[in-house]
Write a protein that binds this ligand. Structure first.
Ligand SMILES: [Zn+2]
Length: 326
């Protein structure tokens, strides 16, 4: 059942079946002529079954519904194309819009696979993942005219509330959050999560995803936030959590640098296999392939950051990238 957080602002819990994130927080801002739904859940029957009756119980008519996609991950905008009102908007940040509606959008997985091969990920493991990666299969219809780009400073006024878009590149290239300056409420999406560390990975249209993420965290730390409303699970102490996330990445950067300097010339796949991960598998060989995919993406983001700060170099060796400490 939806929970009213402020007048005309509701939190709807959407389950994410067979996913370690467990649930998504969808937020509705209900207005007279238009309502805005922040994130939707996967394009899966279980998500639909939670979201649609909740919207109905709140008296929201589809004709008046716009969707604010905080980012392009399919657990956030999977149902956007289905629930958006006819002729209404699905808002996305520009770096993510690139993957929703540009000519390059259908190349995303091809570009990712090519890059992962260069980083030492085995072809047979990539092939195995083709129909097993939820990000690949539970997304919205992308080829639609409804997608609209929002930028930092864009505003929404509805339901008696005033909201501003704040850009938070890092977790995705075009992540956008919403800030309510009067109430001190920040919709943090997956930029600041409290029970989970947001996954930072490589993107073909980002040079240094981790560097951007850390910059975004520092920028967000300055907002006088009284209540943070995250994309998954529960809220918590906003500034303390940002500081914890900054420290976490400091430690991971240091660990990545140590593995590279102790083992010169490894691929990203091999470096990831020597890092520590919070997972039950005892060895890298025992990692489920999907977890290897996330680990290698995260390791690559940390390597990009180290390269950007002049501490590591990337050397092309035939069809592979190898890494050396400087
Ligand atoms: Zn996400």
């Amino acid at each position: 059942m939806p929970v009213e957080i402020l007048q005309n602002i509701f939190r709807i819990e959407v389950p994410l079946p067979k996913n370690p994130l467990r649930m998504l927080n969808s937020y509705l801002i209900r207005g007279e002529e238009s309502s805005l739904l922040i994130d939707t859940g996967f394009n899966l029957p279980e998500c639909r079954a939670a979201l649609l009756p909740a919207l109905e119980s709140l008296g929201v008519k589809q004709e008046t519904l716009d969707v604010f996609g905080t980012h392009i991950h399919s657990d956030h905008i999977g149902l956007a194309s289905e629930i958006v009102g006819p002729g209404r908007a699905i808002y996305l940040g520009s770096g993510d819009f690139h993957w929703a509606a540009s000519e390059e959008s259908n190349l995303y997985w091809e570009l990712m696979d090519q890059r992962f091969l260069i980083e030492g990920f085995p072809q047979e493991e990539l092939t195995y993942l083709v129909d097993r990666n939820p990000a690949r299969n539970y997304g919205p219809v992308l080829d639609l005219p409804n997608y609209k780009v929002v930028k930092g400073g864009d505003t929404f006024e509805l339901g008696g509330h005033y909201l501003e878009v704040v850009e938070a590149p890092g977790h995705t290239p075009g992540m956008v959050c919403l800030w309510m300056p009067r109430e001190g409420v920040m919709f943090t999406a997956d930029h600041v999560l409290f029970d989970i560390t947001p996954n930072i990975t490589m993107w073909p249209n980002m040079k240094d995803a981790l560097g951007s993420y850390l910059d975004s965290l520092k920028k967000f730390r300055e907002f006088p936030v009284k209540l943070a409303l995250p994309g998954h699970r529960e809220t918590g102490d906003y500034v303390a959590r940002i500081d914890e996330l900054l420290r976490h990445h400091d430690r991971r950067v240091a660990e990545t640098e140590r593995v590279v300097s102790e083992n010169p010339g490894l691929t990203t796949y091999e470096i990831a296999g020597r890092m520590t991960w919070q997972i039950r598998a005892k060895t890298w060989q025992e990692f489920p392939v999907i977890q290897k995919f996330f680990a290698v993406g995260e390791c690559l983001a940390h390597l990009d950051y180290l390269i950007g700060s002049g501490r590591v170099e990337r050397v092309a060796d035939g069809t592979l990238h190898r890494y050396f400490a400087l």
